[in-house]
Design a protein around this ligand. Structure first.
Ligand code: ZN
Length: 83
């Protein structure tokens, strides 16, 4: 059941699909994070989704899940914390 939902999600939304740090049978498309330069591997749906969004808007670079989280957190807290 959850498998089916993921497939539908991947079709509708190129965002939250499967990216892994290690190359696997499903995740074999290397993507370079534009923030940290880390390489992650995407499955077919994830890779195509990324290519499509980059074609649509060249500024729309791939950002790995780790940086995406950090950006998300940063956008919620305005200004600098500490330092
Ligand atoms: Zn990153």
């Amino acid at each position: 059941m959850s498998q089916l939902r993921e497939e539908i999600d991947a079709d509708l939304n190129p965002g939250p699909v499967h990216f892994t740090e290690l190359k696997s049978k499903q995740n074999f498309h290397p993507l370079l994070c534009s923030v940290c330069g880390r390489t992650v591997y995407a499955d077919d749906a994830g890779y195509e989704g990324c290519l499509r969004s980059i074609e649509y808007d060249p500024d729309n670079q791939f950002v790995c899940d780790r940086c995406d989280e950090e950006i998300d957190v940063a956008s919620h807290s305005i200004g600098y914390v500490g330092y």
